[in-house]
Write a protein that binds this ligand. Sequence first.
Ligand SMILES: *Cc1c(COP(=O)(O)O)cnc(C)c1O
Length: 396
Amino acid sequence: MNDINWNDYALETQAIRAGHKRTHEDEHSMPIFATSSYVFNSAEEAALRFTGQKPGNIYSRFTNPTVSAFQERLALMEQGERCLAFASGMAAIMAVGMGLLKAGDHVVCSRGVFGNTVLMFQNYFGKFGVTTDFVDLTDMAAWEAAIKPNTCLLFLETPSNPLTEIADIAELADLAHRHGCLLVVDNCFCTPALQKPLLLGADIIVHSATKYIDGQGRCVGGAVVASDAIIEKQIYPYLRTGGATMSPFNAWVFLSGLETLALRMKAHCDNAVALAQWLQQQPGVVKVHYPGLPSHAQHELAKRQQSHFGGIVSFELAGGKEQAWQLIDATEMLSITANLGDVKTTITHPASTTHGRLTPETRAAAGIKDGLVRLSVGLENLEDIKKDLSKGLPQR
Ligand SMILES: *Cc1c(COP(=O)(O)O)cnc(C)c1O
């Protein structure tokens, strides 16, 4: 089992079996290696491991068997050469910046990315002389126009949150490479079960494992997947020094999360498609944003680029903020939280929570209306989710 070539296997099989190197104890399930350090057979062996001339564990800030199993499994599932795990999704994004950028560099980032990603680029990398311009995710001309001679990274999330806009990863990878830049894709919303950015030409994937990879809202974690060269030269040295490491316990939780990822994603998508179609017919709902609907501006692209349409649905109510809050408060079962990717359906009002710090003008430019409600569709019975939402929708 320890020398099977998992590249020859499908994602569902890799998700369940790859990464675990069975020990002399013959355990069936992946153990948690709760150890901070490792011992060497001799002084010479210690020296060889420290210089990397001999492979093996050294210290759990950068080498731990449970974390390594998670890394190997996720790398295979993304069809990337290597993966490194981090303490959170933000720590993974931080590592990409710290590893690849220097003062004087420029980044182009899509406007709809996770709020803390915007703050990371603007406030923290900005503080050290890296500048970032934000562009519309789907506007190819804007991406191209924003590229300068010192641009070295393009960064995006697709589908976007909360409007589920879709970027053409292959086209943006091509644009990036024509200008000598790397393309980074945050693949948190689709996961490798629905979308493989590296196969479309992206250079680096970042993940918040906190979302669908865990899938049950338990642990915080993140990952970077890229070529062996990028990981070895730029990301690993930063992880080793920076120390935003994933704990073995969290890696163990995420390993079992990966085992059911493909099944869960399919079930999330099936519920989301049905719910989006149903929402379109409800009184008071003026627009439903979901890539699986033929009315979605990038429906065809989503069909090509993703194997299914994802679990995030947002919709606009005619009655603005008042009606959105009323709907949210009228639900009995749904969780009022901005978290997503959980088996539990969550409901949130982006304009006053995740996007509440933006000025009304910026929010309007981003298309986040006051009547917008976002759902992360969970795996409860579909009729129960509809029943709960019906409590707050205007009656016919
Ligand atoms: C949550 C999230 C992050 C940040 O991940 P954490 O694990 O919370 O640090 C980054 N990107 C996206 C798209 C997210 O949803």
